[in-house]
Design a protein around this ligand. Structure first.
Ligand code: NAD
Length: 387
């Protein structure tokens, strides 16, 4: 595999995990990092043993050695950073949500296509081996005709009024909880069932209309020390939401998302019910796939390459009994993207070989989130996805 030179823009919570996953591939060389200023970039570069540190993303993008960038900045920077990278012909691996709204996502998709770069969005949950297995099983009819997909994605990191993060700010986007984690759930539901969402009906709740914004800085998911100085900050985005779904293939769905549910850390759960059987998976117990049956005992399929369908068994890197989880799914996704880049493939000519979510999936996700928010703001009315 040809070695690919890459760089990170935005080294907060998720950025270093992108780098760790890329490095595990063995043919990706992480050559630079950009931060919001030179001092922070240098500190992050030293911590991650990355040779070059840039105080601005523009300076990093002017470095001709760099072929690929990981855009791990806060959501309001996704558009300017990605557009600047595309302009310079860099391949882009963007974290979700691709954009603040569907119009910006379309701008990025069109620009990426016109320039011929490789573009990916990190909907990483797809690449858990048992989500791949569920997709194969649903596709080959093991659970029969699917009629309902349901679940949740619930967390507790914004439970208290002094929990704070840029996601709560106006620049974070019109939707918060749905855009941040509901986007993952909807992407996964569409991916494993093979059907797009057609219409939605949503109800949003903001538990805290004001939050205590610390005067200093605080990393994502970090708790308040309790004695920070703060300003009261008005918040109008949703702390939790419930959503009904109608899919294009006639299937129905429902899911809830929350950032204020005590005890739930990263509770993504999904179940697909068909007229023969059901499958269900919980990301916090990623090595177990539940198989629901009517006339015989229910089953658990454990993650084991010897038991997985041969077409997707390579997504399990370890033998059965050796747990694989979030970081491994991330590595699986990046392996697909970087192999494509290393082999010199083109998104247009090799469209049938794309095994990763693209800006088209990112745009689709923005359209779904937008319709969900529109439905909630209208008081809960069925709203078609406008694509
Ligand atoms: N795929 C996933 O599972 C997943 C998980 C977490 C976050 N995310 C996404 O990743 C993105 C980042 O989220 P996070 O939780 O890591 O946030 P974060 O606040 O921890 O990190 C963002 C980083 O970007 C830096 N930054 C800000 N302005 C910059 C600039 N102009 N140039 C360079 N760097 C700049 C910040 O200093 C910070 O270090 C978000 O879009 C989020 O939705 C995805």
């Amino acid at each position: 595999m040809r070695t690919v030179k890459t760089a990170l823009i935005g080294a907060g919570f998720v950025g270093p995990h992108h780098i760790e996953a890329a490095r595990r591939l063995g043919f990706v060389d992480v050559v630079a990092v950009a931060g919001s200023n030179q001092a922070s970039a240098e500190a992050k570069a030293a911590k991650m043993s990355i040779p070059k540190a840039y105080g601005s993303y523009e300076a990093l993008l002017d470095d001709p050695e760099i072929e690929v960038i990981h855009n791990c900045t806060p959501n309001d920077l996704h558009l300017p950073v990605t557009m600047a990278a595309i302009e310079r012909g860099k391949h882009v691996i963007a974290d979700k949500p691709l954009a603040l709204n569907s119009a910006d996502a379309k701008t990025m998709l069109d620009a990426a296509k016109a320039k011929g770069i490789v573009h990916a969005v990190t909907f990483n949950y797809r690449y858990n081996p048992l989500m791949q297995q569920a997709r194969v099983m649903i596709n080959r009819g093991d659970i029969g005709k699917t009629h309902w997909v349901h679940g949740c994605y619930i967390q507790d990191w914004l439970l208290y009024p002094n929990d704070y993060n840029w996601r709560l700010e106006k620049e974070g986007g019109e939707s918060r909880c749905v855009a941040d984690i509901g986007s993952h759930w909807c992407d996964l539901a569409g991916y494993i069932t093979g059907s797009r969402i057609a219409e939605v009906l949503a109800d949003y709740t903001t538990v805290y209309p004001t939050r205590q914004k610390p005067k200093g800085t605080r990393e994502a998911f970090a708790q308040s020390s309790g004695n920070e100085e703060f300003d009261e900050y008005p918040v109008d985005t949703e702390d939790f939401a419930s959503v009904l779904l109608r899919f294009e293939n006639g299937m129905k769905g429902s899911f809830s998302v929350s950032q204020v549910s005590a005890g739930h850390k990263n509770g993504l759960e999904i179940e697909v019910d068909g007229n023969k059987a059901a499958v269900a998976w919980k990301q916090e117990r990623p090595n177990e796939l539940w198989i629901g049956k009517r006339n015989e005992p229910n089953g658990w399929m454990l993650k084991d390459p010897g038991l997985l369908d041969p077409s997707i068994a390579h997504y399990a890197a370890l033998p059965g009994g050796h747990g694989e989880a979030w970081a491994d799914a991330f590595r699986n996704l990046l392996r697909n993207v970087y192999s494509f880049i290393s082999e010199g493939r083109s998104m247009e000519a090799d469209a049938d070989k794309i095994e990763f979510p693209t800006f088209a999936d990112g745009h689709e996700s923005n359209c779904v989130v937008e319709a969900i928010t529109k439905s909630a703001k209208a008081g809960g009315v069925w709203t078609k996805i406008a694509r």
